[in-house]
Design a protein around this ligand. Structure first.
Ligand code: PAF
Length: 294
């Protein structure tokens, strides 16, 4: 695997079909599953590692975001990536960005409503990553279901010829969705955080037994987190998987998302629902490499 810090250098290395895996680094099995999905489908897999300041509405969260490029290089190479691009902040934003990308409607509810400017930052950097690497395929996790809908919409609206591929949520053995932010949880917070996925699994069971009442399903999703000390639920919402507009009924493809603050850490999780079937994600059978395994 070659490591470069500019798109110009990366483009010299791209051959055949290109799969892009955008990340903010501190890779875990969720990212590795995206890299493996890309390696299976594209001739060249490019991983980008860039902690994008534009998408952080909370400066503390940006400062505390874990970073370890040497570790990311090793893990991405082992997973089969061909090129890793780790641009500097000055390269990505040599001036204050004067152009930004705003995806209407898809970014309005849920994360967009709670994190002003967040999705403008995501859409702007993803547009730059698409322009810089010109991928045929780009891989995003379904944990960030609203982000996936937003990126799909921007790719289509801005005529990028990239196929956006959504990949399953990867979970710890106890259900917690993998996130680099999990590292910042204390032991007690880590235990409390499992209430998010536990609630989603309760909701999944309701859906699978034929319940269609959205208030009941959403209520089940947030009940455990609401009842857990130290967890402040920001929202639990059912939304259309393509438009990310909150939905009042279970028709078509939907996602059920929950977001909460646990101490200083903000976590989100989601499941996908279609025709009474639920995609809960994939549990690991071993502790995540986030905890020092790599
Ligand atoms: O999901 C993420 O890690 C980020 O939002 C992304 C897509 C890499 C853009 O910075």
């Amino acid at each position: 695997m070659k490591v470069v810090d500019t798109f110009e250098a990366a483009r010299e290395l791209l051959e055949g079909s290109v799969g892009l895996v955008p990340t903010m680094g501190f890779l875990h099995e969720g990212h590795l599953s995206l890299i493996e999905a890309s390696v299976a489908r594209a001739e060249t897999t490019v991983v980008t590692v860039f902690v994008n300041p534009l998408q952080f509405d909370d400066g503390g969260d940006l400062d505390d975001y874990p970073r370890d490029l040497e570790r990311d290089i090793r893990l991405a190479a082992d997973a089969g990536a061909s090129v890793l691009v780790a641009p500097t902040r000055d390269y990505m934003y040599p001036t204050r960005p004067r152009t930004s990308v705003m995806v209407d409607e898809v970014g309005d509810a849920m994360e967009g409503a709670r994190r002003p400017g967040h999705f403008i930052g995501v859409a702007t950097v993803v547009t730059k990553l698409f322009a810089g690497t010109d991928p045929d395929l780009a891989f995003f996790g379904r944990k960030d279901a609203q982000q996936l809908a937003l990126v799909s919409t921007l790719a289509s609206d801005l005529s990028f010829k990239v196929d956006i591929v959504g990949c399953p949520v990867i979970r710890e053995h106890d259900g917690l969705a993998l996130s680099s932010r999990n590292l910042r949880l204390s032991d007690d917070e880590r235990r409390a955080a499992t209430s998010l996925s536990a609630g989603l699994m309760q909701a999944a069971l309701l859906v699978e037994t034929g319940v269609v009442d959205v208030a009941e399903i959403v209520g089940a999703a947030r009940r455990m987190a609401d009842a857990t000390d130290g967890v402040q639920v920001e929202y639990a919402e059912l939304a259309d998987a393509h438009s990310a507009v909150p939905a009042g009924e279970l028709a078509g493809r939907r996602f059920l998302a929950i977001a909460a603050r646990i101490g200083d850490v903000r976590l989100i999780d989601s499941i996908t629902i279609e025709d009474g079937a639920v995609d809960r994600g994939v549990p690991l059978d071993h502790p995540s490499i986030l905890y020092g395994g790599a």
